[in-house]
Design a protein around this ligand. Sequence first.
Ligand SMILES: Cc1cc2nc3c(=O)[nH]c(=O)nc-3n(C[C@H](O)[C@H](O)[C@H](O)COP(=O)(O)O)c2cc1C
Length: 181
Amino acid sequence: MKIAALVGSNRKDSYNKLLVKYMKEKYAGKLDIDILPIDELPFYNQDKEMDPPAIVEDLRERIKNSDGILFATPEYNASISGMLKNAIDWFSRVDLVMVNKPAMIVGASMGAMGTVKAQIQLRQILNAPGVGTLTLPGNEVFVGSVQNKMDEQGNLTDEQTVQFIDNVVDNYVQWIKRVEA
Ligand SMILES: Cc1cc2nc3c(=O)[nH]c(=O)nc-3n(C[C@H](O)[C@H](O)[C@H](O)COP(=O)(O)O)c2cc1C
């Protein structure tokens, strides 16, 4: 299954990037994860949405050709990052490429709560009419205190977290099959 991944951090050593890279390798037999370079998108501008920059067209196609979308969100000031919101805004207009795509959310932060507030908002955003993903219910992946749960190569080392994500990925695969049926 081809999955387009939107990661909301442009930081070089981003934990959310590492988490998605880890998932890309670990679940390669189940999910073919395509990490989209949303950090290269310009600021959304409604004046340009009918004739958007080439990168917008390219990423729209990659989402259109995917079986689902994986969102990985950091928490910035109790919300998602501007970068992730910017990408969602581009893909919610003209060509509604996210509508009815099965989605899964993960989030990592150094705080104990592990992006709880950001993910509550993200679920609300994904429910907007132009976005309209079919987001896997429940299955909330909050990786809090992530700096203590990953090694330097970005592998998750916390067994409980590993098992939980294993289980959520299986649920996501079932969810995609259910949506496609
Ligand atoms: C502008 C800004 C705001 C932040 N606000 C929060 C927050 O509200 N809650 C939280 O748990 N962490 C917050 N953090 C810390 C991030 O969780 C931490 O930097 C995390 O590593 C970001 O994700 P990344 O590693 O994928 O870049 C904030 C960080 C920044 C830069």
